[in-house]
Design a protein around this ligand. Structure first.
Ligand code: BGC
Length: 352
């Protein structure tokens, strides 16, 4: 456990470092249960940090891009910051406004990414882990019910980071938890992610309106720049004159993962040709928000003193669909008392 600075309210944050036998190392902080560092070998064995982030908690508190954090209670957007559940309308913070249209994003003004979580470090020779726990009280950011959340990060070996989520509530509430890590497989100091090759096992995606809220349509990816069923460079089609790419200033959409008999079968791959690093992800979630860092603008100076520019990192945020509480045709995100909400995502780094 290493001191990681003080939050704006003077709370101390800690850093936990986990190592596996293959030389990979990850670091996590209890502020936002955030993944701070992931050092992994390239094809020549050189270690680089492949996730965007900062060296001290003060920088995390000052930034707004959710680098590496757990986002919640509801990751992604809820239209107008409002939803009706069991006949009652709930008002949430509207902390985001694409095209001037206000919505709720990633849990609100002080979402789970801005809290100090209780932590438990579990050193282990082959599977070291850190468990983070948070109570989100009834009324937190407008959400109903006391929600208890547990997130465990385990370095399971062979380059795999497993993230397990669990939540329980004493009143019905929407829940959609994810990790908002930005990867750059060439190393976090590298300018752009446009040369990475992406494969996603997704035949459909969710188009959005001007406010970046899904229209409700489930659109086939075929013959569009959203078809990643075969590997394609991120930069290949990102500037195509496509209405959806224009609305989101690039890729920032929820892809519906094709049904898998094994829910933890690979759902996607990203390959970076210079380093040879390969990222694979698996998840029990039905969707993934593929976001190409379109709104990062160089104002955030990262851990190696390098400013993070537009599209210098990409996210694969495994999750339920945006705005589900207002979209009856989407899989439900409502957690009820007595139920346990669970979710697992695995990211695996290797080389080729
Ligand atoms: C969203 C983006 C948003 C970003 C904030 C992503 O998950 O999809 O629209 O700007 O988070 O960092």
């Amino acid at each position: 456990m290493i001191p990681f600075g003080l939050t704006s309210s003077g709370e101390p944050a800690q850093l936990f470092v986990l190592q596996d036998r293959d030389g990979a190392e990850i670091a996590l902080t209890d502020y936002g249960a955030t993944l701070v560092r992931w050092r992994a070998p390239d094809r020549r064995g050189q270690l680089d940090d492949v996730v965007l982030g900062f060296n001290r908690v003060e920088a995390y508190a000052a930034h707004t891009a959710y680098f590496g954090a757990i986002v919640g209670r509801y990751g992604n957007r809820i239209a107008h910051g409002r939803f009706t559940l069991d006949g009652r309308t709930h008002e949430l913070a509207t902390n985001n406004a694409p095209a001037g249209i206000p919505c709720h994003l990633h849990g609100g003004r002080a979402g789970f990414d801005r809290k100090i979580w209780a932590s438990e470090f579990r050193p282990h020779p082959t599977q070291p882990a850190v468990t983070f726990r948070l109570r989100s009280p009834d009324g937190d950011e407008g959400y109903p019910g006391n929600l208890d959340v547990t997130v465990t990060y385990t370095l399971v070996g062979a380059g795999e980071l497993q993230i397990d989520y669990l939540a329980r509530s004493d009143r019905a509430t929407p829940v959609n938890l994810t990790n908002h890590v930005y990867f750059n497989l060439a190393g976090e100091q590298t300018e752009s992610i446009l040369g990475h090759l992406v494969t996603l096992q997704a035949s459909t995606y969710l188009p959005v309106d001007a406010g970046m809220i899904p229209t409700g349509e489930v659109a086939p990816v075929g013959n569009t720049p959203f078809d990643f069923r075969a590997p394609c460079r991120i930069g290949e089609r990102i500037e195509h004159p496509n209405e959806q790419l224009r609305l989101a200033a690039g890729y920032d959409h929820n892809f519906i993962l094709d049904p898998r008999t094994d829910p933890l079968a690979p759902a996607g791959l990203v390959f970076e040709p210079q380093s040879g690093r390969l990222l694979e992800f698996r998840t029990t979630e039905p969707g993934v928000q593929f976001y190409t860092g379109n709104f990062i603008n160089g104002s955030e100076v990262g851990k190696s003193g390098h400013a993070y520019g537009r599209r210098s990192g990409f996210c694969l945020e495994t999750q339920h669909f945006p705005d589900s509480p207002n979209q009856p045709s989407f899989p439900s995100t409502i957690l009820r008392p007595g139920q346990t909400w669970t979710s697992r995502t695995v990211y695996r780094l290797s080389t080729r």
